[in-house]
Design a protein. Structure first.
Length: 150
């Protein structure tokens, strides 16, 4: 009987910081791949936009388009530039990209009541709330529909 363990690699459980980032990435990628194989026909593509001034990142957003839906994962504006409409500009740019890919709706989540209000102002409708998702914070799930599903 041969030992199938990798030579020189410590055996047994690891936790927290002892688990290398590459292994955490491998776990995430395997779960995502498994889910996409189960749903069959995933067309996931990354989607992103960013605003730079003099080579410095000012604002940006990224996520993915998949199954005719835009999933906005991150939307950020540098602290000193907030309140100038850049978050809305980022979101509209992602939406335009998603529409050109054939997306029919968009989904975004936030723990910020103020951000949820902004998204509603930009045409998103709240489809779910989870109060005290994190103590003191409500998780808002919002959707914007451009075209009915076929």
């Amino acid at each position: 009987m041969t030992d199938a363990r990798a030579p020189g690699r410590p055996q047994g459980w690891r936790q927290d910081d002892a688990v290398p980032q590459a292994d955490l990435d491998a776990i995430r990628d395997a779960v995502v791949l498994h889910g996409r194989q189960q749903t069959q026909g995933s067309d996931a593509q990354p989607i992103a936009c960013a605003l730079y001034e003099q080579g410095e990142l000012i604002a940006g957003a990224w996520g993915r388009s998949e199954f005719q839906r835009l999933y906005v994962q991150y939307l950020w504006v540098r602290d000193d530039r907030r309140g100038q409409g850049l978050g809305g500009d980022c979101l509209r740019r992602l939406e335009a990209q998603a529409l050109s890919r054939g997306c029919v709706d968009a989904l975004i989540e936030t723990l910020s009541d103020d951000s949820a209000e902004l998204y509603e102002h930009l045409g998103y409708a709240c489809i779910a709330h989870v109060h005290d998702f994190v103590p003191g914070f409500t998780r808002h799930t919002l959707m914007k529909v451009w075209k009915p599903r076929e």
